[in-house]
Design a protein around this ligand. Structure first.
Ligand SMILES: NC(=O)C1=CN([C@@H]2O[C@H](COP(=O)(O)OP(=O)(O)OC[C@H]3O[C@@H](n4cnc5c(N)ncnc54)[C@H](OP(=O)(O)O)[C@@H]3O)[C@@H](O)[C@H]2O)C=CC1
Ligand SMILES: CC(C)(CO)C(=O)C(=O)O
Length: 317
């Protein structure tokens, strides 16, 4: 397959590298020091599943230099979607599709609004992976799972072929006829633990058994469950106890990526997390006070980090 990775960070860089190692023709769209390092030294993967080094790699910051793609792996953060989504149609071959990888539940529809539902596949991704240094990705989790689905709920050969390509490259991957349910189930987990963890700012073992904090976590999950049901998403009846049990099994040192972003002063995907719960809840008349509170606290922290990131970007030009 001819693949373009748009956003070559923790997710795009890691899975793109796996796919390139498996023999696919991969172009990486990147920028800044990470792009320069990839051009100069290739892309180095440090992973619990084995280190490897792709060299040379085809990396560019000019989308027009990417050959028409059968698959675009779209892996920018959610706050970069508005400024990048317009480029996607130009990256695609006539039968090409975009696979979204973002946390949250809105990216697939944002992409479909630009490239069309028939050219959009939604992906749900489980991995812990990040840019450790320019040109270097560190992948830390035993899990590296991708679930792929059509927005209209059909189980199609193309979704199966793309999941098959990820599986052949080493990931756990499957195609599903229920991608909205999968995305919302992950959302219920990540927006709740990410939101509460970003307020508490301690590893999960320090707060999941504190009765008041546990109650807040459960309320944050129940609000997402209520919004999902109002939106017609058929979550499992016991999705909240299932997710609480999963959180109880996490290593006590675990944190979410949003919590790590808060602690590092990076921008946050807060609009796509609690922001989305509040917005979608309002659309269906579902009250979401816990997420409204989380959103109100984290929104200015995100804004401040974005201002700082803008200043640094300006200074490095
Ligand atoms: N990392 C993980 O373990 C997981 C992440 N996810 C989700 O996957 C999505 C991607 O996350 P992640 O991979 O961590 O994000 P990263 O920040 O690691 O990677 C995104 C990359 O896209 C780049 N980018 C953004 N805009 C452009 C542009 N216009 N041109 C070129 N490059 C651009 C960023 O560059 P720059 O830094 O310069 O902005 C960055 O290198 C998120 O929605 C996240 O929630 C889901 C599961 C796990
Ligand atoms: C929990 C995890 C690692 C699963 O992929 C995740 O998506 C995140 O921390 O944002």
């Amino acid at each position: 397959m001819r693949i373009t990775v748009f956003g070559s960070g923790g997710v795009g860089g890691y899975f793109g590298a796996l796919l390139a190692r498996a023999g696919h023709e991969v172009t990486f769209i990147a920028r800044g020091a990470h792009l320069e390092a990839m051009r100069a030294r290739g892309l180095q993967i440090k992973s619990v599943h084995g280190d490897f080094h792709l060299r040379p790699v085809h990396a560019t910051d000019r989308p027009e230099e990417a050959p028409p793609a059968d698959l675009v792996l779209y892996a920018v953060k959610t706050y970069h979607i508005p400024e990048t989504v317009g480029v996607l149609p130009r990256l695609l071959a006539p039968e090409g599709v975009v696979l979204t990888t973002q946390n949250g539940v809105e990216a697939p529809d944002q992409v479909a609004a630009v490239v069309g539902t028939e050219r959009t596949l939604a992906g749900a991704v489980w991995v812990v992976s990040q840019i450790e240094a320019p040109g270097v990705i560190r992948q830390e989790s035993a899990f590296r799972r991708v679930v792929v689905g059509e927005l209209d709920g059909r189980l199609t050969p193309r979704a199966q072929a793309i999941a098959g390509a990820f599986a052949a490259a080493g990931a756990e991957a499957e195609a599903t006829a229920e991608i909205r349910k999968v995305l919302w189930t992950k959302f219920l987990f990540i927006a709740a633990i990410g939101g509460v963890g970003s307020l508490v700012r301690l590893p999960v073992g320090a707060w999941r058994e504190v009765p008041e904090t546990r109650a807040l976590l459960e309320q944050a999950m129940r609000e997402i469950e209520a919004v999902a049901r109002a939106a017609g998403v058929p979550l499992d009846p016991d999705v909240v106890p299932q997710t609480m049990a999963f959180i109880d099994r996490l290593a006590p040192t675990a944190t979410s990526s949003m919590q790590r972003d808060v602690e590092a002063g990076r921008p946050l995907e807060i609009e796509a997390m609690s922001g989305a719960v509040v917005r979608i809840g309002a659309r269906y008349g579902v009250p979401t006070p816990a997420h409204a509170f989380i959103y109100a606290v984290l929104k200015p922290i995100h804004a401040q980090a974005q201002r700082k990131a803008g200043v640094f970007a300006e200074a490095s030009r």
